[in-house]
Design a protein around this ligand. Structure first.
Ligand code: ADP
Ligand code: MG
Length: 257
């Protein structure tokens, strides 16, 4: 049987976290960017990661789908240590959808092609069924009418929603968002957050790096505060915002709120 079904059997019989980091360390040369990070994310949980620029938030996300290797510690996804290469790595990347600040769509492909490419090439889906599902997903993110356009013909908010549809087309078990609204004009932030909120309500497991504190308050189960590569606080949003414990979190919140 495939590893996917084995993993599925394991996950079906336990309540282990979907994502688990234990003692994770990462250096870039002399720079210790992840310092002994421990983090568990349960199935269906929405974890918002906040913290100053350079604190390691992107590196944390990138480590979870193995866009970045780690120097020590372990990361387990759905019961399996992260694979380093080959087909298991490709599978991990489709199981863990990632949405970046820069939408990263293929410029020379239509929106529909952007969404069907992964399912057809990686998941070996039939073009017709991939197209049908892609149109459903584009409808879900509110841009079905843009399916035959090219990315440059869409607004930033529409492109980011297309990027979310593209990640969802791989039928991920979790979604990572790295500042998905930071590159958008202010009037487009809401439409992207709305799609993310609806995904959260549908039970998607999500790790979201964002400066949108409204989203953190309303959609997150937990807020993680990072500073200098350390996971400094980990609390439900109401508790974190009402009563941040560390000076660094207080200082950060005073600057952004
Ligand atoms: P954040 O997303 O919180 O702004 P990052 O995870 O991007 O932080 O970066 C953490 C630290 O690691 C920063 O000091 C950054 O400059 C550094 N860094 C990130 N990526 C690299 C890289 N590929 N090579 C060297 N340093 C890096
Ligand atoms: Mg970043």
């Amino acid at each position: 049987m495939t590893e996917r079904s084995q993993a599925g059997e394991v996950s079906g019989t336990t309540d282990q976290p979907l994502i688990r980091l234990d003692g994770v360390n990462k250096w870039f040369g002399p720079l210790h960017v992840l310092q002994d990070v421990n983090l568990s994310v349960s199935r269906g949980e929405v974890v918002v990661v906040i913290g100053p620029s350079g604190s390691g938030k992107s590196t944390l996300c990138r480590a979870i789908n193995r866009l970045e290797s780690i120097n020590s510690g372990t990361i387990v996804f759905d019961g399996q240590p992260l694979p380093a290469e080959g087909r298991p790595l490709a599978r991990l990347r489709s199981d863990v959808g990632m949405v970046f600040q820069s939408f990263n769509l293929f410029a020379h492909k239509t929106i529909l092609e952007n969404v069907t490419l992964g399912p057809i090439k990686v998941r070996k889906e039939k073009p017709e069924s991939a197209k049908k599902r892609a149109l459903e997903l584009l409808d879900r993110v509110g841009i079905a009418s843009q399916a035959d356009k090219f990315p440059a013909q869409l607004s930033g908010g529409q492109q980011q929603r297309a990027a979310i549809a593209r990640a969802l087309a791989m039928q991920p078990k979790a979604m990572l968002f790295d500042e998905p609204t930071s590159a958008l004009d202010p009037e487009m932030v809401g439409e992207v957050l709305e799609v993310m909120t609806s995904l959260a309500k549908d039970g998607m497991t999500m790790v979201v790096v964002t400066h949108e504190m409204g989203f953190a308050r309303h959609a997150a189960n937990r807020v993680i505060f990072m500073a200098d590569g350390q996971l400094v606080e980990d609390a439900p949003p109401a508790e974190f915002f009402a009563n941040p414990r560390s000076e660094r979190a207080k200082d950060f919140l005073s600057k952004i709120l």
